[in-house]
Ligand binder design. Structure first.
Ligand code: GLC
Ligand code: GLC
Length: 811
């Protein structure tokens, strides 16, 4: 069943009922100020950091779900309704929600009044704009009351949700004219406040939640709205809110707009006040002056649209498959940008309180956005490298505001260092900017010990080389990519964190997955050394890589697939000798991507085993058979009920690894099939089963062992976005940035006749036509550049041209 449709011309998903299977959300903001907004206008806003600088309050895991947002109430006689249905849940005569790129437009109508909420964060300002347009479609004059509502968060979202003995006494506001200022803690150590304003004269306002809603009412029936008048309340402690009351008279056919702005403002420390305890309103006045008229709002909105069109034009494909086009050209790249902005902090599954920026997560996310915003990818790499330790190991996470490693979780996740090599190589292949290797990067943020970035990569590689176990395979430490395979943890007490309990190092437990990574990214590192004249180092790295391949062949091969790991007793994990968890997806994907076993048929056999043992109709599960018992020697993975999360869920992140691996073997049909099964756009018709947004990937779909097989969870913030874009744009459609130029090497279904791609690469626009009238799955027969035939399939760097036409014939 569908709950809406894609509008590709406008790059929007149009939701046609507020009762979606779960809240379907969107993100507003691209720089510092961000908001989450659901299809019923739920969600919240923050400045830079979802934990520390949260403007509005949100209650996760509430009942009803998705409770709290920017709510606009319309009182029309005795009928009170919201354009987005929530929170009054008054039945609407019509409803639609358009989630677009960086904006959301919700329109509802009731009794011939139409109300539209247009929400976006302008490119250059720290605010969310909510333009409400009310239209009278009836034949008589209408008198309406419009009430706005947001609930302020007392900045630190964690403290806000727990420290009530203090927080019930600290709330402070000011009101001047149409503007409400939330200034809790501004008197003392903060120099920022929030502002909520409307561009019209108001009939009243409220800033005390109790006054506006009433102690025992809820968002659905605020007393002030029921009464049709504000209380003009000033909050002293308790729960500060912002609400405006506007009286609206609409002639038949008339429309009026109301521009609300929720903003974040800062003052220099010595200019905080304009009078004793009266905040300096200069930054607020400047901000609000920019959004007083419809023309100003239209212009800011157009700027936002242009920003996105420009960004997404970097890679555009035209195939016969409109779903594929939609995924690549719009939603996948959009999701990559959202993961760039959010990492794993704030979604409807990530509360914005816990995880900072994951080291491995951020490195992998970069694979999906480096072509869109290379300058910011560069900054990100340097921030990440600055947190590395001198021995090449890394913190598992760092804090976005301080950019320091997160000591609470520490290090010991032994795949982390190698992801830095992956990120840096991807960046240089995209940009050709080798100068980044000379950039001085600190160790553990100590800049007195900064060394060039290339030295960080060297230490990443060396860390794995020198931390190996009894089978010469890499030691796993706390965990590798699979955070939940905790082989040194041995936790018996509820509540102990699997991620941090027990020793961070163990001398025995090893990871075949890291071994595969070492081969793949070691080889990339060797190529990088070739490019920079480090010939001896390149040779040495290749020798090490070869040794690791041998170790995989000796101890990492189970007969029909790659072993996953060895536990702390030296017993194989992910082997036919195991009772549960006999085969895992990760080493099959990573080892084959690395080229291990390609020559001797092991790769072919491993991928066949994946198809036979792990494949389901909704995608490939992480392992089989699912763990039914808690295995203390394996940790968190066996804590999940069978079929969920890492315990045999369909972990969307590593499905594209298998798609990539299939292309290494030339299996275009199969690669596409793997891609299609987890792609949300192809699942739109079963939204009642899949439940999460059909326009973005989720982290996990319940696996075959789960009672809710096919149900998605944890949408938006997942490495799946970047890996899918990599799999599709590079491995399948075959446009691959290399150190020397763009390589074209498609591996596609043989039914695909051909396609065109427009790709901006190092400032040049390439118009690439792929002709597959031969109906093959892989193999470039010939290539022309601006009409002239060339040898091979790498487009050499172009100098004096802005546009280049490339025709690639497969055969
Ligand atoms: C989550 C984490 C990621 C990890 C994966 C598998 O997506 O963010 O770092 O690799 O789970 O455990
Ligand atoms: C949980 C999740 C896993 C995530 C880890 C790190 O274990 O299941 O996916 O990577 O937490 O926070």
């Amino acid at each position: 069943m569908k709950f809406g449709h894609f509008d590709d011309a406008n790059k929007e998903y149009v939701i046609s009922t507020p009762r979606t299977p779960l809240p379907w959300i969107n993100y507003l903001g691209s720089q510092d100020f961000f908001s989450l907004i659901s299809n019923t206008a739920g969600g919240y806003s923050f400045y830079k950091d979802a934990k520390l600088l949260r403007l509005t309050r949100y209650r996760y895991n509430n009942c009803p779900l998705d409770n709290g947002g920017r709510y606009y109430y319309i009182k029309d006689g005795d009928t009170i309704w919201n354009p987005g249905w929530q929170p009054t849940q008054t039945e609407l005569d019509s409803y639609s929600c358009r989630h677009g790129l960086g904006y959301t437009i919700i329109t509802g109508s009731k009794n011939q009044i139409e109300a539209t909420l247009q929400a976006f964060v302008p490119i250059h300002d720290n605010c969310e704009i909510n333009r409400i347009i009310l239209t009278n479609n009836s034949s008589s004059q209408q008198h309406l009351d419009l009430f706005s509502f947001v609930e302020f968060c007392l900045w630190n979202a964690q403290d806000d949700a727990s420290n009530f003995q203090r927080n019930f006494s600290t709330g402070e506001v000011e009101v001047l004219g149409n503007t409400i200022y939330h200034k809790t803690e501004y008197r003392e150590r903060r120099n920022h406040y929030a502002v909520y304003s409307v561009n019209r004269d108001i009939a009243g306002f409220d800033t005390s939640r109790e006054a506006f809603i009433g102690l025992y009412n809820g968002f659905a029936n605020p007393e002030a709205v029921l009464a049709g008048e504000s209380r003009n309340s000033i909050a002293h402690g308790w729960q500060p809110v912002g609400s405006h009351h506007l009286k609206v008279d609409l002639a038949p056919g008339a429309s009026e707009s109301f521009i609300f702005v929720l903003g974040y403002c800062e003052n220099p420390k010595d200019q905080k006040f304009e009078a004793p305890n009266v905040i300096n309103k200069k930054p607020a006045n400047e901000l609000l002056a920019k959004y007083q008229t419809d023309e100003q709002v239209d212009q800011a909105f157009q700027e936002l649209k242009d920003y996105w069109s420009r960004l997404l034009s970097t890679y555009t494909v035209h195939t016969d498959d409109e779903k594929l086009n939609r995924l690549v050209n719009i939603w996948n790249q959009y999701q990559c940008m959202v993961t760039f902005n959010m990492s794993r902090s704030a979604s409807y599954f990530e509360s914005g309180l816990g995880r900072g920026m994951g080291f491995r997560d951020s490195c992998q996310d970069l694979l999906g956005f480096v072509h869109l915003i290379p300058e910011r990818a560069r900054e990100r790499i340097i921030d990440i490298a600055n947190t590395q330790f001198e021995d090449g190991s890394t913190y598992h996470q760092y804090q976005p505001l301080t950019k320091k490693g997160n000591a609470d979780i520490g290090g010991g996740f032994n795949d982390d260092p190698l992801w830095l090599i992956a990120a840096v190589c991807a960046y240089i292949r995209e940009t050709g900017d080798f100068s980044i290797l000379d950039e001085k990067c600190a160790f553990d943020c100590d800049f007195s010990r900064a060394v060039p970035l290339i030295e960080h990569l060297r230490r990443s590689f060396r860390f794995t080389s020198t931390h190996r176990g009894p089978h010469s395979l890499p030691l796993i430490g706390r965990a590798d990519w699979n955070d939940c395979l905790n082989l040194n943890c041995f936790s018996e007490e509820p509540g102990e964190s699997f991620q941090t309990f027990g020793p961070s190092e163990g001398p025995v437990a090893e990871s075949v997955f890291i071994a595969g990574m070492y081969v793949k990214y070691g080889t990339e590192y060797a190529e990088l050394c070739d490019q920079t004249g480090l010939d001896e180092e390149a040779a040495e790295v290749r020798r090490n890589v070869k040794e690791m391949e041998t170790a995989i062949e000796d101890a990492g091969w189970d007969g029909s697939w790659f072993v996953r790991a060895y536990d702390a007793y030296g017993k194989a994990v992910g082997s036919h000798t195991c009772e549960e968890g006999q085969i895992y997806i990760e080493p099959q994907g990573m080892c084959v991507m690395a080229g291990v076993g390609v020559d001797d048929g092991k790769a072919e056999t491993a991928l066949k085993s994946v198809e036979q043992k792990l494949e389901t109709k909704y995608g490939i599960v992480l392992l089989q058979p699912a763990y039914t018992k808690y295995h203390v020697e394996l940790g968190e993975i066996s804590s999940y009920p069978p079929g969920y999360k890492e315990n045999a869920g369909i972990f969307c992140h590593n499905n594209p690894w298998i798609a990539c691996a299939e292309t290494v073997l030339g299996h275009g049909n199969r690669a596409f099939e793997v891609f299609r099964k987890t792609c949300p756009i192809y699942l739109e018709d079963i939204s009642e089963i899949h439940r999460t947004e059909p326009y973005v990937y989720c982290q996990m779909v319940a696996g075959i062992d789960a009672p809710t097989f096919g149900e998605g969870k944890n949408s938006w913030l997942t490495g799946t976005a970047a890996w899918t874009f990599t799999a599709m744009s590079q491995y399948i459609l075959g446009v691959q940035p290399t150190f020397h130029g763009l390589k074209i090497d498609p591996c596609i279904p043989d039914t695909m006749k051909g396609y065109t791609i427009d790709r901006t690469f190092r400032g040049v626009r390439y118009h690439i036509t792929v002709d597959n009238s031969a109906h093959v799955q892989k193999g470039v027969k010939s290539m022309t550049i601006d009409g002239s035939p060339v040898e091979g399939n790498v487009i050499p760097p172009v100098q004096d041209k802005t546009d280049v036409n490339v025709v690639v014939t497969l055969g």
